[in-house]
Design a protein around this ligand. Structure first.
Ligand SMILES: *Cc1c(COP(=O)(O)O)cnc(C)c1O
Length: 397
């Protein structure tokens, strides 16, 4: 191991860290400070879309840093307009707001929904959220999150949420029946932190129809599953629907902090000057990272790659783990996969690092793989070769 456990005496004790320290990367590989190489199947938690040190991204960011990093939203920022136009084209929506993180994008979505209600004369708007959801760790977004561990110790929670189970349209109708205060339905197309739990396409279409019928906003958190990860630009596009509000972050800047809320006609004009803003949001460096990420993804066919290599990875893992006692199932799509075991398996993360493979375990029992979208089939095979023996040995204990 590269570092001893107590190697961070001056940072707050907020993370259970794997005892390694990384020094540099290339493609899907990273090296620690002792020169040991790892295949990075976590990609900064679905952030490093283009892998590390991408030869087209690096010079573009260097060029931008030398021109302008930050100016403030006191002024027009042409790169904001450029990235907004790209996101509008990819999503079919109409306008974007920029911020710096996922929770900030979700916070903006929640404010949009509340103001949508107030503008309609609803004084105490309520938003439908889901069991096992994860939307961030600010007070409002942890209140929307469906995980008592994330909420513990931070009450009182923000009110105005109605919680429902996944993929159950009858439960959604029942939970909102006769409630005139509902203004929006808010979920991840594929829950990430909650254990890689997909919403079914039919359910997505049913919720879209219900939102149209009731005049609610459909708000889809694509912070983790968006930006090409599943093989479409946004995961809800597999169901052929469009949301009214779509928060993005993680993969949008390939590692440069960035968040966005993209909205359609029902929600795009709710905010007026003075309603919302953030100092770092939309700065030229993060906007350039977003513009270049999309350009490079298109040039290199990374949607198609994520779909093809992801399907290969899923099939290979399913084949290798079939019949293994303690293996339950593999969920997810493209390069967002969760391997569910029948027991808590956090211990696998450290063993993976020892074996030269980086990944995470989420929801206690789910091995999560969210590698860079540049992953090749040979690299996917390497993941399988490293991971399967670890899981088999763990389950045999
Ligand atoms: C990571 C994540 C967030 C929070 O993003 P931060 O940048 O950590 O604030 C919100 N929603 C989803 C679906 C996420 O995966």
């Amino acid at each position: 191991m590269a570092l001893i456990e107590a190697a961070s005496p001056h940072t707050m004790n907020t993370y259970g860290r794997v005892p390694i320290a990384l020094s540099h990367g290339q493609g899907v590989y990273v090296w620690d400070v002792n020169g040991k190489r790892y295949l990075d199947a976590l990609a900064g938690i679905a952030v490093n879309t283009l892998g590390h040190a991408h030869p087209k991204l690096v010079p573009a960011l260097q060029d931008q840093i030398a021109k302008l990093i930050h100016t403030s939203n006191y002024y027009h920022i042409p790169l904001q307009e450029q990235l907004a136009a790209a996101l509008v084209e990819l999503s079919g929506l109409t306008n974007a707001f920029f911020c710096s993180t996922g929770l900030e994008a979700n916070e903006a979505a929640l404010k949009l929904a509340r103001k949508y209600g107030h503008d309609k004369g609803i004084e105490r708007p309520e938003i439908v959220v889901y069991e096992k959801a994860f939307h961030g760790r600010s007070i409002a977004t942890l209140s929307a999150t469906g995980n008592t561990k994330v909420q513990a110790g931070f009450g009182p929670l923000v009110e105005g949420f109605v919680r429902v189970p996944l993929n159950d349209i009858a439960a959604l109708k029942k939970a909102t029946e006769g409630n005139p205060n509902v203004v929006a339905v808010f979920f991840e197309t594929i829950q990430g932190e909650g254990g890689v739990n997909p919403m079914r396409a039919e359910y997505l279409r049913d919720v879209r129809a219900l939102c149209d019928q009731k005049d609610w906003l459909l708000m889809i958190d694509e912070v983790q599953c968006g930006m090409g990860r599943t093989g479409k630009w946004f995961a809800h596009q597999w169901a052929g629907i469009q949301p009214d509000v779509m928060p993005l972050a993680k993969g949008l800047g390939s590692g440069v902090p960035i968040g966005a809320v993209v909205a359609g006609p029902k929600a795009a004009h709710i905010f007026q000057p003075g309603n919302h803003g953030t100092t770092f949001g939309g700065n030229p460096l993060s906007m350039r990272a977003g513009v270049e990420t999309i350009r490079i993804m298109k040039e290199e066919g990374l949607l198609e790659n994520a779909a093809r290599v992801g399907a290969h990875l899923k099939a290979s893992l399913e084949k290798a783990l079939a019949g293994v006692k303690g293996f339950k199932e593999i969920r997810g799509q493209g390069l967002m996969l969760g391997i569910e075991l029948d027991r808590p398996c956090g211990a696998l993360v450290g063993r993976g690092a020892e074996a030269g493979l980086l990944f995470s375990v989420t929801a206690d029992t789910v091995v999560r793989l969210v590698p860079a979208l540049i992953l090749t089939q040979a690299e996917a095979d390497e993941i399988v070769a490293l991971l399967v023996p670890l899981i088999k040995a763990f389950l045999a204990e």
